[in-house]
Design a protein around this ligand. Structure first.
Ligand code: ATP
Ligand code: MG
Length: 256
């Protein structure tokens, strides 16, 4: 039984690779023989579409789970990848924020739902929206560990204190066992001097937390979701697939 089973990919900054990394790492874990549930907690539904499931406005999505209309178990759908399941999302999820605002234990909705299925999976991977909203709080409260994807650029350093403060607050108030499991550098280009200096700053900010392998910028990585495939199914011998496989291995080592 691992230390961390439920992992949330979080960063309030948009477009840093939360969805791409959550989806591809979930797929790599599934390929390694683990039973994995990917939870799309973003109304944009990018993880849902990216793994080849059509976004839904009505029916069995994480929205109905959060408002207590259906069980987590009833929302789970299979994907085309072996060992990989999904709780889909759709635009309805934007409404959850308001609907839950006055509910008791509103921060625990996702956690309580996922607690009922967690024993069926080796890993549950949650993709977060780009905000520090009630939805994101739900994902952090539900998680045993957080993974922070970052772009290796100057602006990535902005907002990191806010993110770590939020994680600290959630740990103190709602989820004492929550830990930062790793920081993932995305769209890495080692030829740029700026990249090297920003990387040094990130290492100082998160001592010991960076994954050994950064994810390179790759057109194949950005194309894969339009085919509803993870990078290991879309371009199995490419550098993107190799990098995600390496990070997934290191993440699983850290989780055991
Ligand atoms: P949001 O905050 O909107 O949810 P996000 O943090 O989930 O965004 P992604 O959607 O994963 O970020 O990535 C943003 C865009 O960058 C997408 O178009 C994605 O395909 C592309 N992208 C992500 N990682 C890479 C990469 N390593 N190489 C090339 N393109 C990438
Ligand atoms: Mg996303």
């Amino acid at each position: 039984m691992g230390k961390y089973r439920v992992l949330c990919f979080a960063n309030q900054k948009g477009g840093v690779g939360k969805t791409t990394s959550a989806l591809n790492i979930a797929a790599c874990m599934a390929r390694a023989g683990k039973k994995v549930l990917l939870v799309d907690a973003d109304p944009q539904g990018n993880a849902t579409g990216g793994i080849g499931v059509s976004k839904k406005n009505k029916g069995s999505t994480v929205y109905e789970v959060l408002i207590g209309q259906i069980s987590a178990s009833d929302a789970i759908v299979p994907t085309s990848a072996k060992n990989l399941w999904l709780i889909p999302s759709g635009i309805d999820l934007v409404g959850a924020e308001l609907e839950l605002a006055d509910e008791p234990r509103r921060e625990y909705r996702l956690k309580e739902a996922l607690d009922t299925v967690r024993d069926r999976f080796d890993y549950i991977i949650i993709d977060c929206p780009p905000a520090l909203s009630l939805l994101t709080i739900n994902t952090l409260v539900a998680a045993d560990g957080v993974v922070i994807p970052l772009l290796c650029e100057y602006y990535s350093l902005e907002g990191l204190s806010q993110l770590t403060a939020t994680i600290g607050h959630i740990k103190k108030r709602y989820r004492p066992s929550l830990e930062l499991v790793g920081v993932l550098i995305n769209m890495y280009d080692g030829r740029l001097n700026l990249t090297v200096s920003v990387l040094e700053e990130i290492k100082k900010f998160f001592p010991g937390k960076l994954f050994r392998t950064p994810i390179p910028r790759s057109v194949r990585i950005s194309e894969a979701p339009s085919y509803g495939l993870s990078i290991i199914d879309y371009d199995r011998n490419g550098k993107g697939a190799a990098a995600y496989a390496a990070v997934a291995r290191e993440l699983m080592e850290r989780c055991e």
